[in-house]
Write a protein that binds this ligand. Structure first.
Ligand code: ADP
Length: 447
C-alpha cells in the first residue's frame, strides 16, 4: 500500500478520498487554490500545497504544479477524483513518466474507452448492447444517409471525442441529416480539435441506467449492479438511485455482467461507469464509459457494502480486487439527491456566498457527503454542488420515505438550494411509480 497519496481535487470528493485514505493508513496531501485557502477538508489532510489562483485553469488543471507538489511531498500516487483532470489521458501519462501512480486506469485503457467509436467496437466484442448506427466514423455523407434509412429516424450525429453534449445533432429526416453531419463536424473541430462524427439511433422517452464497475491490474473485474439517473436537468443528474427500478433481474444481471466484461476486455483498472439508455421494452444501448469515480458512487456503496474509493486506491497499489462477483449481493435500495447551491425559482442561478445556517439530517440509513459547514463561503469558481444526501432503505418505498424525511430536516440559509426541487420530485407520482423518462424534470419545470 502507498505511504502517501496526493489528492488533485477539491470539495466533497477530496474529503471522501481523505477519509478512505485514513482508513487505509495512507497519508494525504491536498493541493488547493487560493479560493479554497480556508476550506474545511484541508484541515483533515496531512499536508497541503497551494497551487495557484481560484480559476481552475490556474490551479486544479495545472498538471505541472500538481506534479511538482507530488514530487515535493514524496507522494507515491495521485487521486484525480472526478472532473478536472480525472479523464485526461495525458495527465495519467505524465504521472507514469514521473513514476507517480495514477489512481485510475492506465492512459491506454482510458483512451481505449474514452474514444467513443473505439469504445463501441470493444463493447460489441464484449457483448455490451450498443445503439444501431454506423460502425465507425462517417467518411461519406451518403453512407450516413443509407444507414439512417436502414435503422429509421430519428437519428443522432455525435462526436467521437465528444463530451458535455457538444457536437451532437438530432435529425428527423434526410434533409436534416445532411446539415446535421456538417454542423456536428464543425462543432466537434471547434470543441475538441477532432472532427470525427458517427451516427446512431436516437432514443426518445429513454431512461438513463448505468452500471458501476471495478477492475484491477490482474485482469479481474466486477460490477456493483446499476443505478437509475433519469432525473436530470440539462444533462446534469439531480437524483440517482439503485438498483434501477423496473428491470427484470435477468436483464439487469446480463447487462451488468456485459459491462464488467467490457472493462475486462479494455484491461481497465479502477472504478468506471458504463452508461446506457433504456427504452420501455427494457432494451439497453450503451452511451459511453466514464473512466473515473462518479458523483453518485455512494448509491452503489450503500446497496453492496463495497467501499469504491478504498477499493480503487487498493487496486492502484497493485492489490487484486478484494471482492469476487459472487460475494457482491444487493441489499435494499438507495437514493441520492444532489444538493446544489442554485436557486430553482431563478432558473437555477448559482448562489455563491456564506452559509449561515447548515442544519443536517440524521437517523438510520442517512448519509451526507459534504465539505460544507456553518460559516462556509462558497467560492464562485467551481461547481455548485455543496453536498450529496444519500439514504438507504430496505426497499424503494422505505428509501423514498426516508429521503423525504431527511430533506425536510435539512435547513440551509440564506443561500438557495435544490432542496425544494428534490422535495417536489420525491413527492411526484411519476417518481414514486418510476414512470419517468430523461425529460420528465424539464417538462415539470416548464409547467
Ligand atoms: P457527452 O459525452 O457529450 O455527455 P453522451 O453520449 O453521454 O455525450 O450523451 C449526452 C446525452 O445526450 C445523453 O445523456 C442523452 O440524454 C443524450 N443522448 C446521447 N445519445 C443519445 C441517443 N442515441 N438517443 C437519445 N439520446 C441520446
Amino acid at each position: 500500500m502507498f505511504g502517501r497519496i496526493l489528492i488533485a481535487n477539491r470539495g466533497e470528493i477530496a474529503l471522501r478520498i481523505i477519509r478512505a485514505a485514513r482508513e487505509l493508513g495512507v497519508e494525504t496531501v491536498c493541493v488547493y487554490s487560493l479560493a479554497d485557502a480556508d476550506a474545511p477538508w484541508l484541515e483533515l489532510a496531512d499536508q497541503t500545497v497551494c497551487i495557484g489562483k481560484g480559476p481552475s485553469a490556474d490551479s486544479y488543471l495545472r498538471i505541472d504544479r500538481i506534479i511538482s507538489a507530488a514530487e515535493m511531498t514524496d507522494a507515491e500516487a495521485i487521486h484525480p477524483g472526478y472532473g478536472f483532470l480525472a479523464e485526461n489521458a495525458h495527465f495519467a501519462e505524465v504521472c507514469r513518466d514521473c513514476h507517480i501512480e495514477f489512481i485510475g486506469p492506465s492512459p491506454e485503457a482510458m483512451s481505449r474507452l474514452g474514444d467513443k467509436i473505439n469504445c463501441k467496437k470493444l463493447a460489441r466484442a464484449a457483448g455490451t448492447p450498443v445503439f444501431p448506427g454506423t460502425d465507425g466514423e462517417i467518411e461519406e455523407l451518403e453512407e450516413a444517409v443509407e444507414i439512417a434509412s436502414e435503422i429509421g429516424y430519428p437519428v443522432i450525429v455525435k462526436a467521437t471525442a465528444g463530451g458535455g453534449g457538444k457536437g451532437m445533432r438530432i435529425a428527423h429526416n434526410v434533409a436534416a441529416l445532411r446539415t446535421a453531419v456538417t454542423a456536428a463536424q464543425q462543432e466537434a473541430i471547434a470543441s475538441f480539435g477532432n472532427g470525427a462524427v458517427y451516427l446512431e439511433k436516437f432514443l426518445d422517452h429513454a431512461r438513463h441506467v448505468e452500471v458501476q464497475v471495478l477492475g484491477d491490474k490482474h485482469g479481474n473485474a466486477v460490477h456493483l449492479y446499476n443505478r437509475d439517473c433519469t432525473s436530470q436537468r440539462r444533462h446534469q443528474k439531480l437524483i440517482e438511485e439503485g438498483p434501477a427500478p423496473g428491470i427484470s433481474p435477468e436483464i439487469r444481471d446480463r447487462v451488468c455482467e456485459s459491462a464488467a466484461e467490457l472493462i475486462r476486455k479494455a484491461e481497465y483498472s479502477g472504478a468506471a461507469t458504463v452508461e446506457f439508455l433504456m427504452n420501455e421494452k427494457q432494451e439497453f444501448f450503451m452511451l459511453e464509459v466514464n473512466t473515473r469515480v462518479q458523483v453518485e458512487h455512494p448509491v452503489s456503496e450503500m446497496i453492496t457494502g463495497v467501499d469504491i474509493v478504498k477499493e480503487s486506491i487498493r487496486v492502484a497499489s497493485g492489490d487484486p480486487l478484494s471482492w469476487t462477483q459472487d460475494q457482491i449481493t444487493l441489499r435494499g435500495h438507495a437514493i441520492e439527491c444532489r444538493i446544489n447551491a442554485e436557486d430553482p425559482s431563478k432558473n437555477f442561478m448559482p448562489q455563491p456566498g456564506t452559509i449561515e445556517t447548515w442544519q443536517l439530517p440524521g437517523g438510520p440509513g442517512v448519509r451526507l457527503e459534504t465539505h460544507v459547514r456553518t460559516g462556509y463561503r462558497i467560492p464562485p469558481n467551481y461547481d455548485s454542488m455543496i453536498g450529496k444526501l444519500i439514504v438507504h432503505g430496505r426497499d424503494r418505498n422505505e428509501a423514498i420515505a426516508r429521503m423525504r424525511s431527511a430533506l425536510s430536516e435539512m435547513k440551509v440559509a440564506p443561500i438557495a438550494t435544490t432542496i425544494p426541487l428534490h422535495q417536489r420530485l420525491l413527492n411526484h407520482h411519476a417518481f414514486v411509480s418510476h414512470d419517468f423518462d430523461i425529460n420528465w424534470v424539464e417538462r415539470l419545470l416548464e409547467e
